[in-house]
Ligand binder design. Sequence first.
Ligand SMILES: C[S@@+](CC[C@H](N)C(=O)[O-])C[C@H]1O[C@@H](n2cnc3c(N)ncnc32)[C@H](O)[C@@H]1O
Length: 207
Amino acid sequence: MNNPWLEIPISDYESHMSLPTVDQAVMTATELSRVLSQFTPESVAVIGCAGGNGFDAIPASTKRVVGVDINHSYIARAAERYEQRIPGLEFHVADVQSDHLPFEPVELIYASLVLEYVSLPESLDNLARVCLPGGRLVTLLQQPSTTMTALTPSPYNTIQSLNKIMRLVPSSECAGYAASAGFTLESEKSLTIKSGKSFLVQVYYRQ
Ligand SMILES: C[S@@+](CC[C@H](N)C(=O)[O-])C[C@H]1O[C@@H](n2cnc3c(N)ncnc32)[C@H](O)[C@@H]1O
């Protein structure tokens, strides 16, 4: 089976994320900006970066920025938007669960709304290899809801193909695999957006 993310046009994905009923793009961009100002890493990797959501708020103190996504057309769009604007920017088309990630280790890894679509043990092992000792992994996970479907209905039908692979990840499961990969849970907090959907941000420290 082809990964459904390879079949979703970036315009469908970004339009879906910006629908008032979904409205998740601002949340994930805001969290990226927040962790960059909290930890002031010199280097960051954004895993599942799509079209570069949040890249416009990356501070100058972050000297190296790595964007990774499985979909080459998302990476092409992100490069078109940001290559001239952000010094020290590099992009890689890679599948985080099966590819050796082809970049030098970074101080902070941000994986927002991507672990729902991958195999956790392989992905976290791969991420541990590209996180510097003393660095951090920040994950943002969608939480289950008793009243809402995991994928919000929308006019962009291609998005519904994600039902085949999407799985909401229990936070303890993520923490367990992260610990096996060498990440210690440092803090966590939940966020609830206007639609009523909740998310969990976990910060891990790399031993
Ligand atoms: C729900 S979007 C989240 C985008 C962005 N992180 C945000 O929060 O705004 C998931 C992104 O992860 C990418 N993705 C999904 N599976 C992946 C994988 N196995 N390896 C790398 N990227 C993946 C998708 O192509 C998509 O861009």
